[in-house]
Design a binder for this molecule. Sequence first.
Ligand code: NAD
Length: 295
Amino acid sequence: MAEINKVAVIGAGVMGAGIAAHVANAGVPVILLDIVPKDAADRSAVAKGAIERLLKADPAPFMSKAAARLVTPGNVEDDLGLLADCDLIIEAIVERLDLKQSLYAKIDAVRKDGSIVSSNTSTIPLAALVGGLPERFAGDFLITHFFNPPRYMRLLEVVAGAATRPEAVATVSQFADHRLGKGVVRCKDRPGFIANRLGVTWLQAAVVEAFDRAIDIEDADAIIGRPMGIPKTGVFGLLDLVGLDLMPHVNASLAGSLPAGDMFHDLYRPAPLIEKMIAEGYTGRKGKGGFYRLN
Ligand code: NAD
């Protein structure tokens, strides 16, 4: 079985920064890339900023240990050459099929033979992600769906496609288990896999109920939080943590990939409340706050 000695994470947002920090903390060298404007004075600012945000949330000893192993060069376009010696390249960019696919073509042009590429997509089926890409790429590709926050959530959904090399699945599963401390669950290539196929349903139902029937957010979270086993956040607090701007992409992706007549198809329609909050910058903890204001 191949070894994973160096990792790249692309997309330094909520998930990418958290995954990169977690890998670094496990003692594995990792680079973190994001988009940077061409004229940016400091090309590493986006990735560094993302890690600094983590620093606030996490105890300093964790990050000081991790910092030595974490390189944050910055610009995906200019720094793609850095992927050449990476054994595992984790894509964690925005939940859009077109952007993910165009990035994969660029990754494939520079990565080494036998390297593994994975996506952190929440909902997009693997067959759609690799559609139109070379067979060699499909063989080395799988989905590694981390949960938020990546440091604390032990579950990792792994999805392999029809063409994925069994050895690539075994290598990543072993790495996730032994080095990252994750409990790996193999899922079929279905829209939303298991956790989001079920989990997004109640997130979306809560938003629709809050808007249509004026359910009180604090009351709902008091009931759905600890009493129903969702630590601390409840359902609306969880949406703030996830990032409200992710929801339209997730809903569109689920609605688009579910067959007509699926009982949940209608539920995933755009939610006016979420659209309004995003437009006003209330994207959750990463923005001005969300259902709950920031302290
Ligand atoms: P985010 O919006 O916080 O971050 C996305 C980052 O990707 C941004 O920094 C953006 O600049 C960067 N980006 C966009 N296009 C890029 C490109 N072409 N090249 C490089 N960087 C690019 O998003 P997120 O919430 O971290 O989600 C990332 C992925 O993880 C999505 O596929 C999402 O569905 C999935 N996911 C999210 C959560 C969650 O709780 N937020 C949980 C599990 C999975």
